[in-house]
Design a protein around this ligand. Structure first.
Ligand code: GLN
Length: 310
């Protein structure tokens, strides 16, 4: 076996390798408040289960978490509801875009998986369980603060308002599922909660820290807090691997070989089971809504470190 290369040196090499590519892809503009971000930003942070960290570039700069929040609401909903949740949302890849509605009618309002928008809206609704949006939004934000071990995570109200003002597809998905009785709270309440969870601002450093329990069988290796069970962790990672990038999940598995979840803010959280959590941020997206440079950086990092679940 070849020796494990030095993490800090590899992260620095990957960061430098990405410099000619910065600005590639397209910054999301369907949510107007997201379009203002500088497309040349790039941050990378790795934290190991031993607490070793390595960072590059804008690793401490907050960005919009967007769909990466779905990993954390799924974890929270599974803790609250257990396996009952799977009656309302599936765990098959959709092969469709993140905001697609086409499968919902045939499948009677039960979304394919918790990471497409329809599925994430159901998960948020399940997490609400009759609670007011304000209480659930605070619960999600406080959970993220706890996991990231910092109080410096907040919700960008301007992004949340912008999402609500332009969220016609999400309103369609939610109303359609309500028609199948797969949404329990009022549509507006569930969507306001969903828009706010997507509007959290978080840095790569905080995101990698928050996801570290997923690399350690559900236990935060640094605080020893049990966030979820080992069994649920295995399943959350499985769904990240198969569905974390919508219709490009196969491509991400092929390129990177690790469970990951993208967001249209340009962030990607990636888990190296038993070893580390990685967060990368670069706002330009590919066609599927995954960070273009972020995915390239992860492919290079995973290859150089010899990290893969395969
Ligand atoms: N808030 C975004 C939306 O609902 C999240 C999408 C994403 O990051 N893929 O459209």
């Amino acid at each position: 076996m070849s020796p494990i290369p030095n993490l800090a040196a590899v992260v620095a090499t990957v960061g430098k390798e990405m410099q000619p590519h910065l600005g590639g892809g397209h910054v999301a503009d369907y949510i107007p408040a997201l379009a203002r971000v500088d497309g040349r930003r790039f941050g990378l942070a790795v934290i190991t289960c031993e607490g070793e960290t390595a960072e590059f570039g804008d690793a401490w700069m907050p960005f919009s978490i967007q769909s990466i929040s779905k990993v954390f609401t799924l974890t929270m909903a599974l803790e609250r509801l257990g396996a009952e949740l799977w009656k309302r949302v599936g765990r098959e890849p959709s092969g469709s875009r993140f905001n697609s509605i086409v499968q919902l009618e045939n499948e009677k309002g039960v979304p394919r998986n918790p990471f497409i928008n329809a599925g994430a809206i159901v998960v948020t609704d399940a997490l609400m369980a009759g609670r007011e949006p304000g209480a659930v939004i605070a619960d999600i934000r406080d959970t993220m603060r706890g996991l990231a071990d910092t109080d410096a995570i907040d919700i960008d109200k301007e992004v949340a308002t912008s999402e609500a003002a332009t969220g016609f597809r999400n309103y369609s998905l939610a109303n359609f599922m309500r028609g199948f009785d797969n949404l329990k709270s009022p549509v507006e309440d569930t969507l306001q909660t969903y828009f706010h969870q997507c509007s959290m601002r978080i840095s790569c450093r905080q995101l990698a820290r928050a996801g570290l329990f997923l690399a350690n069988r559900g236990v935060d290796p640094l605080t020893k807090v049990q966030v979820t069970t080992a069994n649920r962790t295995r399943r959350i990672n499985a769904v990240m691997m198969t569905c974390g990038h919508y219709d490009a999940s196969g491509e991400f598995a092929f390129q990177v070989g690790l469970p990951g979840k993208s967001g249209v803010g340009g962030g990607i959280l990636t888990i190296v089971p038993g070893k580390a959590a990685i967060a990368v941020w670069s706002p330009g997206l590919n066609e599927a809504g995954t960070s273009h440079v972020g995915a390239m950086a992860l492919e290079s990092l995973a290859t150089k470190m010899g990290w893969s679940v395969f």
